[in-house]
Design a binder for this molecule. Structure first.
Ligand code: DCT
Ligand code: MG
Length: 482
């Protein structure tokens, strides 16, 4: 930032102050850019007049400069205090004053701060688990789920994107003005936000929550192995609850669904971080007993810092030159022998070398994998001397919990792509692929990144390299809770 025709020291001080304020803004969750770009919405200056900033803007080849709000530093300070963007009222605006124009072209190094427009892609936002807009995002997720049950993908995605966007905001939305200029805020979404602001709840969401079909589908899909198609079939048969399905002995259930009903209570109760750590130890020990150098990484929600989940996802790779196609089978066989395996479905790899990545946004990948249910023994906290499943008087004590575990085996050279994909969130992954396709003419999936213009595969040894290939700032796993 320029401080008039001042000497070097002052300018240096200016840069330090600028860095400090930029850092402060970023820490508070604002998007503060160091350079002017298309996404900039607000320009903040300190010690520069309206005319000086305007002159500087003219030299920046930005076209119509009226699209920026030119504000005084007092606006930025007010935002920092409020923890949210405050209205750019008159008192904060830089305005033309009766003063003579600067004698020479101002040599503005850079106007102070530039708060940028929020990106429509969640891979260009930081979304931690601190959600300041839960009452809105919960409502959107109900709407999205209802549209998913109706197989209306467009409306479903509209609500998922809106939920994801509000999760990334560093403040609670309290007025319609707060969402002005934000992407992903369609009419349906705005109506619900408005109603929640005014009434405290949304009548449309309430209607869905009381809807017979929604309630039945919600129950059915909570069973492992039951999706929308099966739910539709059962609903048409007049079934409405999990108990009714269980009681109907004429139904043909898949092996997966049978396990889903058998361990229903355990599986609907969430997996805790402590349980994830305990299972992680079992997986690592078993895998390393066969391949000591294997890399076992927990992915999914737990890698994003969540402390509960519906399952535990693992990625397994062998850094050595040799792959072991039998590893997964060996692990599963051992668990069977140890009596730890309650269910498993092994899917063999369908990966074909040199095949282009999948263009589908929600495509399954081709890795060898296993969807399993493990028996996790839990230490009982009681005074009895029995600490295993022994007869306690008349009652049998269950001292284990059924836990859903996904194991995915990846070749080492695809590991970074698999890690990025399996870390999620689902919405973050969708937006990464959408961004790659629409903004970079590249195709990304869990195996590779392909540059369509150059017609080459881009190799990556780490997630950081994938972001770099895509021209994106790196987003940490805990900032991917979109
Ligand atoms: N994923 C993927 N391909 C699949 C399934 C999942 O790339 N066939 C990605 C998307 C998210 C991530 O893997 C983990 O999936 P989930 O376990 O469904 O999601 P989660 O974020 O771990 O959520 P939860 O806490 O409910 O397990
Ligand atoms: Mg998971």
């Amino acid at each position: 930032m320029k401080r008039g025709a001042n000497i070097l020291i002052k300018r240096k001080m200016g840069m330090t102050r600028r860095s400090f304020l930029m850092e402060l803004g970023r820490r508070k969750g604002f998007r503060v850019e160091s350079e002017l770009s298309d996404s900039v919405t607000h320009i903040v200056a300190e010690n520069n007049s309206y005319l000086e900033v305007l002159d500087w803007l003219k030299g920046q080849a930005v076209g119509d400069s009226s699209r920026f709000e030119l504000l005084d530093i007092s606006w930025f300070t007010a935002c920092m205090e409020a923890g949210r963007p405050v209205d750019s009222e008159m008192k904060y605006r830089l305005v033309e004053q009766c003063q003579s124009p600067p004698l020479s072209t101002p040599e503005l190094e850079m106007p102070a701060f530039i708060a940028t427009k929020v990106s429509q892609y969640s891979c260009q936002r930081k979304t931690t688990l601190d959600n300041y807009n839960k009452k809105f995002t919960d409502a959107f997720e109900v709407m999205a789920e209802n549209y998913e049950f109706k197989e209306n993908e467009i409306f479903c995605l509209e609500f998922l994107r809106a939920a994801s966007l509000l999760k990334s905001l560093p403040f609670s939305v309290t007025r319609m003005k707060d969402i002005q200029g934000l992407p992903c805020m369609g009419d349906q979404v705005r109506d619900i936000i408005e109603e929640i602001i005014e009434e405290g709840e949304s009548s449309r969401v309430k209607e869905v929550l009381n809807d017979e079909r929604y309630k039945a589908f919600k129950q059915f899909t909570s069973v492992f192995g039951v999706g929308v198609k099966t739910s539709e079939k059962w609903y048409r048969m007049g079934l409405r609850t999990v108990e009714e399905v269980k009681a109907d002995k004429t139904l043909k259930l898949s092996k997966m669904q049978k396990a889903g009903f058998l361990y229903y209570e355990d599986l609907v109760s969430c997996v805790s971080k402590a349980e994830a750590d305990a299972v992680s130890l079992i997986v690592k020990n078993t895998v390393c007993s066969f391949l000591p150098d294997a890399l076992v990484t927990i992915t999914g929600g737990f890698r994003r810092g969540k402390n509960i989940g519906h399952d535990i996802d693992f990625l397994i790779t062998n850094p050595g030159p040799r792959e072991d196609d039998e590893l997964l089978h060996k692990v599963i066989d051992l668990w069977k022998k140890q009596g730890l395996l309650l269910y498993c479905d092994i899917i063999e790899s369908t990966f074909v070398k040199e095949q282009l990545p999948s263009r589908k946004v929600d495509a399954m990948d081709h890795f060898q994998k296993c969807f399993a249910i493990l028996k996790l023994y839990q230490p009982r906290v009681d005074n009895s001397t029995c600490n295993t499943s022994k007869k306690l008087g008349m009652a049998e004590v269950k001292d284990w919990k059924a836990i859903r575990v996904d194991l995915v085996i990846t070749p080492f050279e695809q590991y970074a792509y698999a890690l990025l994909g399996w870390t999620g969130s689902r919405q973050f992954g969708r937006d990464l692929r959408r961004y790659a396709a629409h903004e970079r003419k590249m195709i990304l999936d869990n195996h590779a990144l392909y540059d369509r213009r150059k017609r080459i595969f881009l190799k990556s040894g780490s997630e950081e390299e994938i972001f770099a290939h895509l021209g994106l700032d790196y987003v940490q796993p805990w900032e991917r809770n979109a």
